[in-house]
Design a protein around this ligand. Structure first.
Ligand code: ATP
Length: 143
């Protein structure tokens, strides 16, 4: 039941440095915040949070749409969620093979004793590849 004065949907905008990926009216979103995942329904209190490498979804009616996102910020208002992400990919646009290859490279680098290897960089590449594989497996999922 709608409460008078509270918004009943959210305008979701997801923007990366390259493109505006999503601009839609949605019913609910879940955000990979750097301090943990959190859900947003219409009427949520305003907040600003930074993003981690993670899975993002939004729901329209009974249908959920998944994206891999990494780094950036999200602004939540009672009737609007704006995501400014360094990387954002829809589940169906993820190249699974490419993510598998990136994972294998990161694994090799993380296991290497070569002092020239930047371990943190390899760890981030690993996280991105794992999230891409997870999100890619969600393509065409229903609630
Ligand atoms: P790779 O090592 O495979 O290049 P990466 O993690 O270094 O991956 P990023 O720097 O995160 O790649 O992304 C570069 C661009 O390539 C971005 O536009 C990103 O959306 C896209 N991209 C990277 N990996 C994939 C993938 N597996 N499927 C679809 N797009 C991808």
């Amino acid at each position: 039941m709608a409460i008078p004065g509270l918004p009943t949907s959210l305008t979701l905008e997801i923007v990366t440095p390259d493109r505006a990926l999503v601009a839609e009216q949605v019913d609910e979103v879940e955000v990979p915040g750097s301090r943990g995942y959190f859900g947003v329904l219409p009427g949520h209190a305003p907040l600003l949070a930074s993003l981690q490498v993670g899975e993002f979804w939004y729901r329209k009616g009974q249908e959920k749409y998944y994206l891999a996102i990494a780094f950036g910020f999200v602004e939540v208002l009672p009737d609007k969620v704006t995501v400014l992400a360094q990387i954002a990919e829809r589940a169906e646009d993820i190249d699974q093979r490419r993510a598998e290859q990136a994972k294998a490279r990161a694994e090799e680098r993380m296991g290497s004793r070569n002092p020239d290897i930047d371990f943190e960089r390899a760890r981030v590449a690993m996280m991105k590849s794992l999230i891409r594989l997870q999100v890619s497996s969600r393509a065409r999922t229903h609630v």
